[in-house]
Design a protein around this ligand. Structure first.
Ligand code: DC
Length: 234
């Protein structure tokens, strides 16, 4: 870890549908820096595993997929709401990794310690020496515990379900609120009880509860913290 410099890393962690991606995208735009959504890595490994017919219950088979996958995040080439182009083995999978079959299986894949290990160094290297917004579950606790700024974004599960439900409705998907709420509760449970790198608030993270706040308020609050922190770096 000592060889990396993560002082300008802004780690944003928190549960599913807490608004991390929306906030991180606005923050990265406002600061003029990169956004690295680390969930894309776990999603890409899940997609590759599904496509190759790998057994999702077999950790070693999935770890092999993680090691073989060539995943790259690039600045967005199309303005269709994406925060980055996610490239998997040379193919643009930005939207493929957001499909329900990946949603349904990604928590299982992300719980495997050997998969997490395979994806750790690529995250640390991407963060090294850069001003970057890193979004995930374990950025402030495991990936870059030395990040200069750590934010934990949270909201009640009902509020998160309401936001996700509205997003889905906007995208024309037909799902009821109760199913969305139940799916989120299950994801929360899996993400926070897994043995390796569970979702938790880093001791030195700033915990922001976003119920009732709008995106601009949250981004403004974080930007102020970041600018103060950066001013203290020689
Ligand atoms: O944020 P997301 O919905 O794209 O994350 C997809 C899954 O990956 C979710 O189950 C949590 C997991 N994840 C993780 O374990 N660690 C990260 N740094 C990012 C995501």
């Amino acid at each position: 870890m000592a060889k990396h410099d993560h002082r300008r890393v802004i780690a944003i962690d928190g549960p599913a549908a807490a608004g991390k991606t929306t906030v991180a995208k606005e923050l990265a735009d406002s600061l003029g820096i990169l956004l690295f959504d680390t969930g894309s890595l776990y999603r890409s490994v899940t997609l590759r595993s599904l496509r190759k017919g790998a057994d999702l219950n077999d950790e070693q088979a999935i770890a092999k997929q993680a090691k073989k996958a060539k995943i790259k995040l690039k600045a967005p080439s199309i303005e269709d709401g994406r925060s980055a182009d996610v490239m998997l083995d040379g193919e643009d999978v930005t939207w493929a990794i957001r499909q329900p079959d990946v949603d349904a299986n990604v928590s299982k894949v992300a719980a495997y310690p050997t998969v997490r290990e395979a994806l750790l160094e690529v995250q640390r290297e991407n963060a090294d020496g850069s001003a970057v917004v890193m979004v995930g579950r374990d950025i402030g606790t495991v990936v870059t515990p030395d990040a200069g700024t750590k934010i934990y974004l949270d909201a009640t599960v009902e509020e998160r379900a309401r936001r996700r439900y509205q997003d889905m409705r906007r995208q024309g998907e037909d799902m009821d609120y109760i199913s969305v709420l139940e799916e989120l509760r299950e994801r929360d449970f899996k993400d926070s009880t897994r043995a390796t790198a569970p979702l938790r608030v880093a001791d030195d993270a700033i915990h922001i509860k976003t119920d009732g706040l709008d995106v601009e308020d949250i981004v403004g609050q974080i930007e102020k913290i970041v600018r103060e922190q950066w001013a203290s770096i020689a």
